[in-house]
Design a binder for this molecule. Structure first.
Ligand code: ADP
Ligand code: MG
Length: 264
């Protein structure tokens, strides 16, 4: 369970998130959506203690997250952040094995169990065939799946994901979010694609300019009038496979914010 109440957060003098809250029950997948720069990553960072809120409280299973540090935090919360780590000079297998670090003593070597867990995470993300490749040589989508495998190898019961599908092709976008739904972990996932959010999240929270403007089920949050207000785009609701999906249209008079005056 993850709860945030009345969280305000920002950088230096600038406040980005204003009085935001959310609650994710055990096993639930909550999607955090909102336009570019609305504060999704900033809010998410407060949920894994990478950023300390200026005000408000974040708890994991009722415990203030500020009390959890280092390996104690890593055993409870696994993260795939938006900025991927630099090109690690290690193989894919080693990268995923690093997810086991919170479970071993400082000087202990990896156990058979660690290797087994890492191999199973590689299989789940369909990257086992890449095990011996150097991480640095992978494509963006392959890296993203490897980082997800590393997070799963961590075996935390809370999972925080910042745009985990942004480098993936359409098939892997669905595969990954379907997997996230089946893991049964308490999950907060930042998503850009509102149709993926509608299909795979049990709850949504919509941020606009650092404030929460709607929270609830996908049907409650993805209202055409609200999305028009927040994103400035015309939206129509349809149902496919019994699931709410959105069609977008952009009247030409709403376009043209950027002018084409590139110099040669
Ligand atoms: P989102 O994830 O919704 O696109 P972010 O939370 O990344 O939005 O960013 C919200 C705002 O905070 C943006 O204006 C961004 O420029 C600013 N911002 C993000 N990270 C930093 C940082 N490390 N230092 C200063 N400003 C930042
Ligand atoms: Mg972001």
């Amino acid at each position: 369970m993850i709860s945030a109440s009345d969280v305000s957060a920002g950088y230096d003098g600038q406040m980005i998130v204003h009085g935001a809250g959310l609650h994710v029950d055990s096993g639930e997948v909550l999607g955090l959506i909102g336009p570019n720069g609305s504060g999704k990553s900033t809010f998410l960072k407060t949920l894994y203690a990478a950023l300390r809120p200026r005000a408000g409280l974040v708890t994991v299973d009722g415990q203030p997250i500020g009390e959890l540090r280092g390996t104690a935090l890593a055993r409870r919360v696994a993260v795939v952040a938006q900025e991927s780590p630099g090109d690690l000079p290690v193989t894919v297998a080693e990268t995923v094995l690093l997810g086991r670090s919170p479970h071993r003593g400082a000087l202990a070597s990896f156990t058979v169990e660690d290797h087994r867990t890492a191999a199973s995470a590689l299989r789940m993300l369909e990257v086992r065939h890449l095990a011996d490749r150097s991480y640095a040589t992978l494509s963006g989508g392959e890296k993203q799946r490897v980082l997800m495998a590393r997070a799963l190898a961590q075996q935390a019961d809370h999972l925080l994901l910042d745009e985990p599908t942004n480098h993936l092709d359409i098939r892997y976008q669905h595969e990954l979010l379907d997997l996230v739904g089946r893991l049964g972990l308490t999950t907060v996932v930042v998503l850009h694609d509102l149709n993926l959010a509608a299909r795979y999240c049990t709850k949504l929270v919509l941020l606009s300019e650092g404030r929460i403007v709607a929270a609830g089920t996908p049907v409650e949050v993805l209202k055409p009038e609200l999305l028009n207000e927040v994103y400035g785009i015309t939206v129509e609701q349809v149902y496919t496979d019994g699931c709410l999906q959105l069609l977008f249209s952009m009247p030409s008079e709403q376009l043209g914010v950027g002018t084409l005056d590139l110099e040669h």
